[in-house]
Design a protein around this ligand. Structure first.
Ligand code: TPP
Ligand code: MG
Length: 269
């Protein structure tokens, strides 16, 4: 899909994120908006996935699942779930829980919420697929604050050892997390050097530039060892007053804020 078409999709996805979170009255707005361009590219351009059976081809593991509104909105934009269902986000009995639930939602291979766990499953899955000589890839989504979990690095070490060239992790490097910036709470730099030291192929890319995102995933697909894409992003991207503010990590917009955001998303930038 060309970049202009991707931009149109990403804008619709951001609008859905605003609408569903406003209706829900709680949830994670900033990270969801920030990863809209990467999720659009992954699901409209990169991943080879069968909506009828998400275990059949490439796999997607959502480790930083608190930003699931971006995933739900992307799946709705693809027509894999209904747009109306987005409005059930976080309701009792809905398939769309505030953190993805594998018991409720067939697209979720692993439940999320407890940071770090999804990545461990992704490494195990990639190892099993390599042993089975599967030609498909595992894509794992991570947050930068999530990297504070020690188990991430145990799994990264194992992926390096087993040369899991079928594993493509990508990190939302927005430099923000729940209650402060990553620099304040737990500095991560030199982040590229850390992954390289664990024997990963490291790619740094602009998470809001569709050409860069495509190129990064293309490069990652060609590696014999595990790849990580460090996507530089802005939390809250698309709504100027909300950008790069960790205050938007875990709150939803009021009706008034939503009105402002939907207008801002329509304005050319
Ligand atoms: C094991 C675990 N510890 C703590 C939390 C609480 N928590 C939820 S999201 C979050 C911050 C994660 O930061 P990041 O991955 O950068 O996400 P962002 O704020 O950028 O969306 C924390 C600490 C959790 N969900 N799981
Ligand atoms: Mg973050």
């Amino acid at each position: 899909m060309d970049n202009t078409q991707l931009a149109v999709k990403a804008r619709e996805i951001r609008k859905s994120i605003i609408r569903m979170l406003t209706r829900a009255g709680s949830g994670h707005t900033g990270g969801s908006l920030g990863m809209a361009d990467v999720f659009t590219t992954l699901f409209f351009d990169t991943i080879n996935m069968d909506s009828g059976d998400v275990t059949a081809k490439d796999r997607f593991i959502f480790s930083n699942g608190h930003i699931c509104p971006v995933w739900y909105a992307t799946l709705a934009e693809k027509g894999w779930i209904k747009k109306e269902e987005l409005m059930t986000l976080r309701q009792l009995g809905s398939r769309l829980q505030g953190h993805p639930s594998r018991h409720d939602f067939p697209f979720a291979e692993i439940s999320a919420g407890s940071l770090g766990q999804g990545f461990l499953a992704a490494v195990g899955l990639a190892l099993a697929m390599k042993r089975d000589k599967s030609p498909y890839k595992v894509y794992a989504s991570l947050g930068d604050g999530e990297l504070d979990e020690g188990s991430i690095w145990e799994a990264a070490m194992a992926a390096g050892k087993y040369q899991l060239g079928n594993l493509i992790a990508f990190v939302d490097v927005n430099r923000q997390q729940q209650a402060g910036t990553t620099d304040q709470l737990m500095p991560l730099e030199p982040l590229a050097g850390k992954w390289a030291a664990f024997n990963w192929h490291v790619i740094e890319a602009d998470g809001h530039d569709f050409s860069d995102i495509k190129k990064a995933f293309r490069e990652a697909k060609q590696q014999k060892k595990p790849s990580v894409v460090l996507f530089k992003t802005h939390m809250g991207k698309g709504v100027p007053d909300w950008e790069d503010k960790y205050a938007w990590h875990g709150v939803s917009p009021t009706e008034q804020q939503a009105e402002y955001a939907l207008k801002a998303l329509e304005a050319p930038r």
